[in-house]
Design a protein around this ligand. Structure first.
Ligand SMILES: NC(=O)c1ccc[n+]([C@@H]2O[C@H](COP(=O)([O-])OP(=O)(O)OC[C@H]3O[C@@H](n4cnc5c(N)ncnc54)[C@H](OP(=O)(O)O)[C@@H]3O)[C@@H](O)[C@H]2O)c1
Length: 189
């Protein structure tokens, strides 16, 4: 990559021999090649298994999170170890029902912001790192412009009422096991 180190290196999915991969992340961290290490989509039994074996606690976990799905259960483990949550699908992957929830336009009017900006501000106040996707230059500009207002505790509690504990991206246990059993070509050779 032509750089001395990367800021964050993580495993996208518990797939294949992911523990061997995690050991290499730990090595990269010890060698100073990765300033932070992380995991993604390690929920339930996968983070429990890692928890029993990690030598270095990951600084980040990237998982689906948004006002409809706030990862309440996983956050108990994250809080215990000081792991930061990075939200994927933070705006609901373009689902208009999330963006059109009346509370976001009401708060947007109050603060002079768009509903998307209110949702992104909510993520940061939840302590989440947020990575919205956009192909629109005005949206990208807006998505960076969320640091000059603050939602009150009462407003955060109102938004919390939207939590339905429902994901956009559904995976069955069988699919997760299939991912976990997957072997890249270089491992099967
Ligand atoms: N680790 C994983 O397994 C995993 C899984 C899924 C996604 N991700 C990552 O998560 C990130 C976000 O995912 P995503 O892009 O699918 O979902 P998203 O950020 O929740 O939603 C993107 C949608 O929101 C719209 N949008 C963005 N900013 C907006 C704004 N200011 N106003 C109105 N609409 C706005 C976009 O449309 P426009 O293009 O028109 O702005 C697009 O339709 C990506 O980096 C992706 O790679 C990771």
């Amino acid at each position: 990559m032509g750089v001395d180190y990367v800021d964050l290196l993580y495993i996208h999915q518990p797939a294949g021999n992911w523990m061997a991969g995690y050991r290499l992340l730990e090595k990269a961290y010890r060698d100073g090649k990765a300033k932070n290490i992380g995991i993604s989509n390690f929920e339930g039994k996968y983070i429990e298994e890692l928890q029993n074996r990690w030598e270095i606690v990951p600084q980040f976990i990237q998982v689906e999170a948004h006002p409809y799905f706030t990862q309440q259960e996983l956050r108990r483990t994250l809080d215990e170890y000081g792991i930061r949550l990075m939200s994927w699908y933070p705006l609901g992957h373009g689902d208009t029902s999330l963006m059109n929830e009346p509370i976001f336009s009401e708060l947007g009017e109050k603060y002079g912001k768009t509903p998307a900006q209110v949702i992104l501000r909510w993520h940061t106040q939840m302590g989440f790192v947020v990575i919205p996707g956009s192909k629109n230059v005005d949206h990208i500009r807006d998505n960076l412009d969320i640091l000059d207002f603050k939602l009150t505790g009462e407003e955060m509690s109102e938004i919390a009422k939207l939590d339905k504990n429902v994901r956009y991206y559904h995976r069955t246990d069988e699919q997760l096991d299939e991912f976990a059993a997957w072997k890249p070509e270089f491992e099967t050779e």
